[in-house]
Ligand binder design. Structure first.
Ligand code: PLP
Length: 393
């Protein structure tokens, strides 16, 4: 056997698979609307491009410290202090090649074989795979649709075993857009503290919230929770910088040191000029961030209304991120499809609308629609989905 066991156990990313299929159809001349994207459709703001270009011209194109340049670490520390009242030292921050690699490295440094990590479903596709790559075991706790896609403290308690090492909390969530309130986080946190678990708080969508509620980091709720939490964040979603690959982790200095050490032997450092770009992102006001957020908010309102009027489609209204996660079980059953996956495939073939089946997120009755595309495209996509459902009913 050529490949190691750990690679054979990997599940390919469903998000990337549908995007590839949609691209192939587009290349063949079809008018495809892609709602699969996991990235903002806006250009990276001009001042960030200028900072990268300036860094390049200044010769800042060499290796940097593995855990990130000091100025960027400082800017991240100030951001935590300003946004959440969280105080970190530079030994508690590691800058990584995207939030994804922060999570990957984190699981590598905290998990021993068979250690369990509680992953609430629906989950972001990479969590279980990253846990498996670290030879850990993902244990799923189903966040039910009727509970707004949130897990309860009782469900968390029930999923814990003597092997549980960590719990992932992703608020606002990909794929559901769900957000926990401060009170809910406090209660989940109490369960984690009772069992001395590490909390992995993925806050990558923190700036994309469309309700009155404010983002709360579980790390900010008490000294004990601060000590037990590793916060994961980055500039990909907030500043439309997915390709620049800058994320970071903050928390326990021993864990951060181990992550930095791992980075020194794997990536060496995040791209130097991308770090200067991220520095500009964090040291400039949030005018551009808010403009993008406003556009997302308007799209959410419209797309939500268009989607819920489709027969057989139900949807919990999201509060953040840029996805809708409607339940289409009824619509697909009415249309004679055995699975939502088959329904999604037929939708792409017949109406040329690419959406991501919920099965990849551990939620086979749902689909994920990204509204990181123009309102015109969203309106046309909703029309086509409606036509598809009506044709098959
Ligand atoms: N966490 C969640 C929930 C995400 O949706 C994503 C990107 O899709 C990431 C982390 C990774 O972001 P990055 O581009 O910083 O690696």
């Amino acid at each position: 056997m050529k490949l190691a066991n750990r690679v054979q156990a990997l599940t390919p990313s469903s998000t990337l698979a549908i995007t590839a299929k949609a691209k192939a159809l587009k290349a063949d001349g079809h008018d495809v609307i892609g709602l699969g994207a996991g990235e903002p459709d806006f250009n990276t703001p001009e001042y960030i491009l200028d900072a990268a270009s300036y860094a390049m011209k200044q010769g800042l194109t060499k290796y940097t410290p593995s855990g990130g340049i000091p100025d960027l670490k400082q800017a991240i520390i100030e951001k935590f202090s300003k946004d959440q009242g969280l105080n970190y030292k530079d030994t508690q921050i590691v800058v990584t090649t995207g939030a994804k690699h922060a999570l990957y490295t984190l699981f590598q440094v905290i998990l021993n074989p068979e250690d369990e990590v509680i992953v609430p479903t629906p989950y972001w596709v990479s969590y279980p795979e990253q846990v498996k790559l670290a030879e850990g075991k993902p244990v799923f706790a189903e966040a039910k649709e009727e509970n707004g896609f949130k897990i309860t403290p009782e469900q968390l308690e029930a999923a814990i075993s003597s092997k549980t090492k960590a719990v992932i909390i992703n608020s606002p969530s990909n794929p559901t857009g769900m957000m926990y309130s401060q009170e809910e986080l406090q209660k989940l946190g109490e369960v984690c503290l009772k069992h001395d678990l590490l909390i992995v708080s993925d806050e990558i969508y923190e700036k994309l919230i469309y309700s009155e509620e404010e983002h709360v980091s579980i790390a900010s709720l008490s000294d004990e929770l601060y000590k037990h939490t590793i916060v994961i964040n980055g500039v990909s979603k907030s500043h439309s910088m997915t390709g620049w690959r800058i994320g970071y982790a903050a928390g326990d200095p021993e864990i951060i040191k181990a992550m930095t050490s791992m980075a020194s032997h794997s990536t060496s450092n995040p791209t130097s000029i991308a770090q200067y770009a991220a520095l500009a992102a964090y040291t400039t006001d949030e005018h551009e961030v808010n403009k993008m957020k406003q556009a997302f908010g308007e799209r959410l309102e419209k797309l939500y209304d268009w989607i819920v009027e489709i027969p057989g489609v139900a949807c919990v209204k999201p509060k953040g991120a840029f996805y809708l996660f409607p339940n289409v079980k009824k619509a697909s059953e009415q249309s004679g499809f055995d699975t939502v996956d088959a329904w999604v495939e037929a939708l792409l073939e017949e109406e040329k609308v690419a959406v991501v089946p919920g099965s990849g997120f551990g939620s086979p009755e749902n689909i994920r629609l990204s509204y990181a595309t123009s309102l015109d495209q969203l309106e046309e996509a909703a029309k086509r989905i409606k036509r598809f459902v009506e044709k098959h009913t």
